[in-house]
Ligand binder design. Structure first.
Ligand code: UFG
Length: 341
């Protein structure tokens, strides 16, 4: 029988792509999602790719009762081999306006997931974390030993706190093993264009805004600052194709299954940084579509440059990135085109 994996936030951007990769690798995912930041169309997209709709429990993971009852139902059908915990709010800006929304949801959900893992003897947890835990690192590329700096936003603080909660829980003697995956900047979409990033409302992140500006659905893209101490003056990030990121979750589950005790953090990035202007240029080259853009002021809170030292994940998880920046931007554009149709 296939190994069953609960995927909280499995209808979200990274979650849905991970569901596809899990099925491809022979796992049976069970999605837990309340669609607070996604839509049910994701399920049709998954069906188009997989040929079936994955199992779904529509629950709010921050509700202890709802979550524990959902786990009871899932466990009644057989062993739960692992949990991948994506479900969380993730808008950095909003988190500064509504910190309690972020603290209540992101932290409570994680605590409840750990409780459920204990009740149902689940021994493998993959946690969705972020390179935001490093703040502005002293040296780049940044590796997993870099100090966790004071968080730049309530959102970032929830990732730091949840990593700590999981670490403390594992250290308390729980049989749970955990992989804390620190994502850099996920972009792109499934190459089939059946699923992708679906920002509800005004996109805050670079690539969803860029594709909407290129499609003339938005005003030209504003490049936030061109006076940073980088070669072209714009900020540098490590953009990773969402399919490579999704695949790393499967590798992490496999790695966990071979460990006796573990609570380890892994950077998930390509190891290369690109500036905002380089992303615009790469998009135009990959698609032939111009990106209307202008240079604006810096966005408060942005760090100058960050990219990953990702060799730990490469070696220990036996994982590598297969897609280029151009592949990711082409897939993001093809996905955007399906949204216009
Ligand atoms: N940018 C623009 N114009 C835009 C949007 C973004 O120039 O309209 C620039 C930003 O200034 C930044 C780069 O594009 O230099 C990337 O910005 P994103 O908002 O796409 O991504 P961030 O690196 O700011 O944030 C991402 C995740 C967060 C996470 C953070 C960790 O979205 O969840 O990385 O560093 F916390």
């Amino acid at each position: 029988m296939n190994k069953r994996v609960v995927v909280t936030g499995g209808a979200g951007y990274i979650g849905s792509h991970t569901v596809v990769e899990l099925v491809k690798a022979g796992y049976t995912p069970v999605i837990l999602d309340d669609f607070s930041n996604s839509t049910k169309e994701v399920l049709s997209g998954l069906k188009a790719i997989l040929g079936f709709e994955p199992a779904l429990e529509e629950v709010d993971c921050s509700s202890r009762t709802e979550l524990l009852q959902a786990f009871d139902r899932i466990a009644a059908e057989g062993t739960i081999d692992g949990i991948i915990h994506f479900a969380a709010f993730k808008a950095v800006g909003e988190s500064t306006q509504r910190p309690l929304k972020y603290y209540a949801n992101n932290i409570a959900s994680t605590v409840h997931i750990l409780e459920a893992s204990e009740t149902h003897n689940v021994s493998n947890l993959v946690f969705s974390s972020s390179c935001t835990v490093y703040g502005q690192p002293d040296t780049i590329p940044v590796d997993e030993e870099a100090p966790v700096k004071g968080a730049e936003s309530p959102y970032g603080y929830t990732k730091q706190v949840c990593e700590r909660i999981i670490t403390d829980f594992v250290a308390s003697g729980s049989p749970l093993k955990a992989a804390l995956l620190r994502y850099f900047n996920p972009i792109g979409a499934h190459p089939s264009s059946h699923i992708g990033e679906l920002p509800l409302g005004h996109p805050n992140n670079l690539v969803p805004y860029l594709t909407q500006a290129a499609a003339k659905l938005r005003d030209p893209l504003t490049v936030f600052g061109s006076d940073y101490p980088t070669p072209d003056g714009t900020c540098i990030r490590d953009y990773i194709h969402v399919m490579d990121l999704a695949n790393a979750h499967v590798s992490a589950l496999h790695w966990l299954s071979e460990q006796e005790n573990a609570c380890e953090a892994f950077n998930l990035g390509t190891g290369h940084g690109n500036s905002v202007l380089e992303v615009i240029q790469a998009f135009e080259q990959a698609t032939g579509v111009p990106v209307p853009h202008n240079i604006g002021a810096r966005r408060p809170g942005d760090i100058t440059a960050i990219f990953a030292e990702a060799s730990k994940a490469r070696h220990e998880l036996s994982w590598t990135c297969k897609y280029s920046l151009e592949d990711a931007l082409r897939d993001a554009w093809n996905w955007q085109c399906t949204l216009i149709d």
